[in-house]
Every structure is written in C-alpha cells, then in structure tokens.
Write a protein that binds this ligand. Sequence first.
Ligand SMILES: [Zn+2]
Length: 466
Amino acid sequence: MGNILLKGIYLGGEKKDILIRGSRIAAIADNLAHFSGSSPAGVQVSSSRNQGTGSFLGEGQVSSGSSLGYGSISVAMEVPAFQEGCRVIDCTGKAAVPGFVNMHTHSAMTLTRGYREDAKLQDWLQDIWKVEARMDEDAIYWGTKLACVEMLKTGTTTFYDQYWMIDAAVKAVQEMGLRSEHAFVALDLMDEGKDPAIKEGMAAMYEKSLGWGERCRMSVGVHAPYTVSDSMIQWCSWFAREKGLTLHIHVSETERENLDSIARNGCSPFEHLERLGVLGPEVIAAHCVWLGEKDMDLMAQRGVTAVHNINSNLKLASGSRFLYEELRSRGVNVCLGTDGCGSSNNLDMREAMKTAALLQKGWRRNPESLPLGELMEMASLNGARALGLDAGALEVGKLADIAIVNIDNYAFVPGLDFLSDFIYSANSSCIESVICNGELVMENRVVPGEREIIENVRRICKKLYP
Ligand SMILES: [Zn+2]
C-alpha cells in the first residue's frame, strides 16, 4: 500500500493537500513539503477550520450549514511531510468528498435492471423471482462486479448488501477494492422446518467471513417481519448480538405490510419487533416508509438505524412521505440507500440525495427541510456510523475513502456553494477518481476490467432472459 498526496484539492472551501498513508488520512494541510532525506520531518501547521457546505471561491469564506465532519481540519498539529515514493496527484480543479456509503442494496440485481417496468409490486416480485431462480454463482459474481463498477463511477466506496450466494459477491468486491457488508438472509416464509438449515448456513458463513479481510464483513439478514417466523427472527437477533454483527431487515416498506401486521399481530411491524425483543443499536432497518409516532419513539429508544430508499419507494409506489424530520428530531440515525437495480435502476447515491431532498421539501412544502449538510451526512457519515466504520468524513486519522470531483466544468460555475453544485447541478460523471482504504480504485473514470465485466454480464443475461 503506497502513500498518496492529493495536491491542491478543494476541501470544504479551501485548497489543501491531503496525505494518505496506508489506509488512512495522515495529514491535511495548506502545503505539504517534500523531503527526501532520512531526518524526521515535520511541518508546523496552525490552520484551524471547521465548516459546512463552504464555497470554494474565496479563501476563508465559510457558508452556513451544519457541522458535518466534512472538511474539518485539526488544530495546530505536527504534520509529517511526504517522502520519496509517495504518489503525488495534481488536484488542480478538483474537490474531495467522502466516499458514499450506500446503506441498502441488492448489488447483483444489476442483472435485473430494466426488467418488468411499470408493474405492481407483487406482479414485479413474481417475475423477478423467476429470473433469480436462474442465477448461479457466476451470475452473482459478474452482477456484483458490474454493481461495483457503477458504484465507483458514482462515488460509492462502501455498500451494505443483501443478496444470495455471498461467497461469489465477496470475491467480486475483494477484487474491485470497495468495502462491503453482506447480510446473510434468513427467509423461511413462516415455515420453521426450514430454520435448522438457515441457522447452520448462517453459522458457517460467519466462520468463513472471519477470513474475508479488512474490507468485507458479514451481517445477519432478516428479510422482513412478514416473511420470517418469530422464532427465526429471535434467533437471528441472538446470533447478531452474540457475534457482534449488524442485523439488516426490511421494515414498513408498504402500507399493506403494516395493515397485515395489525391484522396478524395486533400491532405495527416495529412494535412487533419490540415485543420479540430484537430492536437494538445493531438493527439497520431499510425503508421505514409507514411509521407511527410509537414506531419512531421505539427506534429512538433502541438506537435503530433507518435507511431511506427514495427512488425504490417512489418507483414501486410504496410511499412518498418519509418522515425524515420526525426521525431526526428524535435522534434516530438516518442513512441513505439506493435499493437494488431491479427497483431503482441505478446505484447512484448522488441522484438519490437529490431526489430525497426535493421530495422532502416538496411534500412538506418547506424548502428548509433536509439541507445540504444533513444530506451529505446521510449519504456518508451516518452510514459509516451505523456500520461502526471509521470513515464517512475527511479528517486526519479517518479511513481514506475519498471521491475526487472535477469542478472545472459548467456545473460548478460560478461556484457559490460546492455541495449545492455537486448534488443539484452536476451529475455523477463529475466524479473522476475514487480512493478506498487508501488505494486508488478508479482513476480518471477508468475502472480496471470494466469491458470484461460488461461482456460477461451480457453473456449471462442471455441465459437469464432466454
Ligand atoms: Zn431492498
């Protein structure tokens, strides 16, 4: 793992040098000096800034916005100079943002992109399941690789995956250089006879996951409260806590799900999960579209993380009034996800951010809702926090997961507010290079192996759609 110096890159409104050493950000300073000798080197830096969405026009300008860890710089510290052998990248006309953390996706569903459009959820699911039945490990491997290409091109460095044949997916991610957490999905369709095999599979996958290396981890997946028996859900919760893993579950995605839960259990899905004793800080709940006051109180009390999947919710007409402000005011950690390409067609987090903000402002008739700083945190820092990752912000000591944005183009002119330009004005083709775990995994929009991946996915899809 080599060292990298990002020379003269805009960070929160100021031009900085970012030194990456190994997997972490070693220094952020105005101007890091080069040295080639063996003497211990240090450059005293006294710059101290911590800002929000700042402009990159004028030195010293700070625009208002929440403090988001984005572009915060340590006070008066000893900054090591960079050495011989360090790769220096001229970042004139570029800005740095934290790599996105996509908190809910089914990555190999890139293989179902564009299939069965304009259909009702149940009809769509029936047809998707038929295609999924034809998928093998080869399909999952190449489908996940295609997802990785797309995620890198749109600035994502970490994703939380819930899909089948995890071995093949992990192999793909390891080769592509991203970070991922893979939920092993328990789905017994209320048939407890299936549970022993699921438990065995979960335990075996956990043992295997210990050898996956530092970038990939396992999570416990519960498909949903309406597809998994209560005893299985409780076992999954026990297993997650026992092994220190996160627990991923779809909750309150549709109104129908809530009505069915009330008919069956006499309460909402979240209240049901509370009765089962499974709500806790390890729980990461996807969708959360249909929430009552009591549900949100429970999420706050138990430290549950919510993942907003705006594009999927809109496209499948699951619901459009995500209660962001109500969750945030209670202190619930809210993250962003794209969901799989079957329902959201792409894995573009920047696009999801824009849609989430526009919709939140629109249905509330309040333009102050979901401001830029919070939006950026939702797509990066909050996800890292939920996964216990020391990433999601560009600060000294954090993991070096960075997207480098080209700001020398029309979308960033006049350049009054970087985050506004990045999210509302540009598209993701402005993301030029990506660093994950201190490694350059995409440079000048080139992802190694992209052509081969596309050809293989085309070959596989001929079999999936005969
Ligand atoms: Zn999903």
